[in-house]
Design a protein around this ligand. Structure first.
Ligand code: ADP
Ligand code: ADP
Length: 231
């Protein structure tokens, strides 16, 4: 499940004079952890948000498992794609458990299945279910909230995870812990992950492959090791 293929994708925003993305062709294989790396404004977020159709391309095609995503209902598409952003945006009036349950409830899962999934995910992100299930977002730390955001995105077991600077607002020590957890979780779950960052160290640490963007084009796409060998 979940190979992503960009074919000659271009994006020009209304009234913009230059293309935010120019002729992007890129294949992300299933189970790969791919990092989009580059300075602010180079087009990372635009590229990522096209995968769940939060942004539509001006031209070109994006295939998910060989299917043109334009032909898929956007809501259905987003249910197969987990999404984690910097300001995780947990619903403040919902407990940790209720936050994690949002998509499974939309999908009509039976209550017992949802409850066991919540506990499974809390254990995965190393928060004690008994201690955290009933807390509200205001009663947990920033790092814990980011983990709950990750659990919420994983809840319905999507094939693809999109992560936009998920650890950008977290202190350096907690960020290292969360990066280690991401690697551990990826070893267990083998999701196709597209992860945006401008932090070179983070990219080298996490990625199977790094796509380096410069002014709307991909200038290099390779493994961290090869990029270090041939800078
Ligand atoms: P990054 O994520 O690498 O910081 P973005 O994808 O957000 O880059 O932006 C790429 C380019 O597109 C930038 O020049 C940015 O100013 C422009 N851009 C992004 N969103 C919009 C928008 N909604 N309208 C017009 N221009 C935009
Ligand atoms: P951090 O410095 O990592 O952001 P905090 O100081 O926010 O951490 O929290 C430290 C610990 O106290 C965490 O385990 C957090 O879950 C717990 N905690 C924080 N606020 C509350 C609260 N209002 N009620 C119960 N536990 C809390």
């Amino acid at each position: 499940m979940s190979t992503i293929e960009f074919q000659h994708v271009r994006k020009i925003y209304p009234k913009a004079t230059t293309a935010a993305l120019a002729d992007i062709s890129l294949t992300i294989n299933r189970g790969e952890f791919v990092i989009l790396l580059g300075p602010s404004g180079c087009g990372k977020t635009t590229l990522m948000k096209m995968i769940n159709r939060l942004i539509e391309p001006s031209s070109g095609t994006i295939l998910l498992d060989g299917v043109d995503i334009q032909t898929v209902n956007a809501t259905k598409l987003r249910q197969q794609i987990g999404y984690v952003i910097q300001q995780v945006g947990l619903f403040p009036h919902m407990t940790v458990a209720e936050n994690i349950a949002v998509v499974p409830k939309l999908l009509g899962w039976p209550k017992a299945k949802i409850q066991s999934r919540i506990d499974e995910l809390l254990s995965l992100i190393q928060l004690d279910p008994a201690q955290f299930r009933h807390r509200y977002p205001a009663q947990i730390s920033g790092g814990q909230a980011q983990r709950v955001g990750l659990a919420r995105a994983l809840a319905a077991d999507p094939g693809v995870m999109l992560m936009d600077e998920p650890f950008g607002a977290i202190d350096a020590i907690t960020r290292t812990i969360l990066q280690d957890e991401m690697l551990r979780i990826q070893q267990q779950l083998h999701k196709t992950i597209v992860f945006v960052t401008h932090d070179v160290e983070e990219a080298l640490r996490l990625a199977d492959k790094i796509a380096i963007l410069h002014e709307g084009t991909i200038v290099q796409y390779d493994t961290p090791l090869n990029l270090l060998r041939n800078p």
